[in-house]
Design a protein around this ligand. Structure first.
Ligand code: FE2
Length: 83
């Protein structure tokens, strides 16, 4: 979905939309990887831990919060903890 929208934004020269769709696409890749990781370990007694979500773009990480969001550069200390 997002790659097509990103292409359209680029073609139209809409920089704000281009940035927004690029971020959404990058974050969706992370979410898919997290989801797959959970599905792969479902029912195998893996450890539980909190997740941290960037309040600007939605980038999500478990355990180690980065100093800066790798997608939008928001400071890691602003990430929201999700239990
Ligand atoms: Fe972010």
């Amino acid at each position: 979905m997002y790659p097509g929208m990103l292409d359209t934004a680029k073609a139209e020269g809409n920089k704000d939309a281009e940035i927004s769709f690029w971020r959404a696409n990058e974050v969706e890749k992370v979410h898919a990887a997290l989801y797959q990781g959970l599905m792969d370990t479902l029912g195998k007694g893996q450890e539980n831990y909190s997740y941290y979500v960037c309040p600007v773009c939605g980038y999500t990480v478990g355990k180690d919060v980065p100093d800066l969001c790798p997608v939008c550069a928001t400071k890691g200390k602003l990430f929201k903890k999700i239990d």
